[in-house]
Ligand binder design. Structure first.
Ligand SMILES: NC(=O)c1ccc[n+]([C@@H]2O[C@H](COP(=O)([O-])OP(=O)(O)OC[C@H]3O[C@@H](n4cnc5c(N)ncnc54)[C@H](OP(=O)(O)O)[C@@H]3O)[C@@H](O)[C@H]2O)c1
Length: 310
């Protein structure tokens, strides 16, 4: 049976989810392949421009909606509380769904309101003075509409999480963050566990995607010999061990692939590693963060977290 974890809402979230960022043109086929392979948890976002593809693939699959867990995210230009309900509706329309299982604040930064996903002036993003607490409070209201089953956040720092909890009434069900054996964030993960906030790992394979590889020659996480060595005992590959490292901690992982063989093999990352192997992986933590839009997005992120330096 595929592993599922319980959220603080009581709903269940599958341990392995399917990422859909990048390769927009390939996503309808990729999601179709993923659903055929057995994925029941799909991660998308307004800004990925993949919601329509996800919706089409799900419709074609004939899988009943209640068997699926679908996440999407509110983008930075729609943080104004008055814009949040319409933003959700746009996502639902593109997904061709009545509800999403999880709606996340994608980044703790607000950009200029309007139609433009990337509002810029003189090559800089135009910021808007909107507190993410107010944005989140607007998300809380969506819970009453039945159009979102759970709400949460992504890319928040420790201080931002503390402030969110102090000033709002619904504890986020999920925090989606970059996490892999090169960026383990163990104490931050423990903090979430104590508060019943489920973690999902984005970029769970480390620096596999093209964008991150452009950031410099640090080798590739999935080529770490320790991961392959551990995998031999379980008859698993290094990427599968990397995913299992998340699952063993009780986290969900969101590998993305447009390649059928990888789509299938990533699903087999759903297994548990022994405490001894988990400890071996602990030593791989290089605190390397590959997705940090500080500066570029108009403000600093992750200021109190590991991996800030890259
Ligand atoms: N909340 C956020 O801000 C945020 C940020 C980043 C990502 N995400 C979510 O997390 C998902 C995953 O993150 P990601 O796409 O950055 O990284 P990832 O899933 O760790 O890596 C994806 C890359 O790895 C390749 N790949 C997949 N499986 C592989 C395997 N078994 N062996 C070797 N290479 C493999 C893929 O290539 P092919 O596709 O060519 O097979 C792709 O280039 C995203 O799609 C998105 O849904 C969220």
């Amino acid at each position: 049976m595929p592993t599922r974890f319980k959220l603080n809402t009581g709903a269940e979230i599958p341990a392995i989810g399917f990422g859909t960022w990048q390769d927009e043109q390939a996503q309808e086929d990729a999601v179709t392949e993923a659903l055929k392979a057995g994925y029941r948890h799909i991660d998308t976002a307004r800004v990925y421009l993949t919601e329509k593809a996800v919706g089409k693939a799900i419709k074609k699959s004939g899988i009943p909606r209640h068997e699926l867990f679908v996440t999407t995210k509110l983008w930075n230009h729609q943080h104004h509380p008055d814009d949040v309900p319409a933003a959700l509706q746009q996502s639902l329309d593109d997904l061709a769904m009545d509800y999403v299982d999880l709606y996340l604040v994608h980044w703790p930064v607000a950009w200029k309101r309007g139609e433009d996903l990337f509002p810029k002036k003189d090559n800089n993003f135009v910021l808007e003075e909107i507190d993410f607490v107010d944005t989140y409070k607007a998300m809380e209201k969506l819970l009453d509409t039945g159009k979102v089953k759970a709400i949460g956040v992504s890319n928040f720092s420790h201080a931002e999480m503390e402030r969110l909890l102090e000033n709002t009434s619904v504890v986020p069900a999920v925090h989606q963050m970059e996490c892999h054996p090169w960026l383990q964030q163990r104490s931050f993960a423990a903090w979430h566990r104590q508060r019943g906030i489920h973690i999902t790992h984005y970029s769970p394979l480390g620096n596999q995607n093209q964008l991150y590889q452009a950031k410099g020659a640090v080798g590739k996480l999935i080529e770490e010999p320790t991961l392959a060595e551990i995998g031999k005992q379980y008859d698993k590959s290094a990427p599968q061990v990397t995913l299992a490292w998340g699952v063993t901690q009780g986290h969900s992982v969101l590998p993305k692939s447009k390649t059928p063989s990888r789509i299938q093999s990533n699903l087999k990352g759903d297994f548990r590693l022994s405490p001894r192997d988990m400890e071996k992986i602990q030593h791989l933590d290089r605190k390397l963060r590959f997705n940090d839009s500080s500066g570029d997005f108009g403000r600093d992120f992750f200021t109190d977290l590991d991996g800030k330096q890259l």
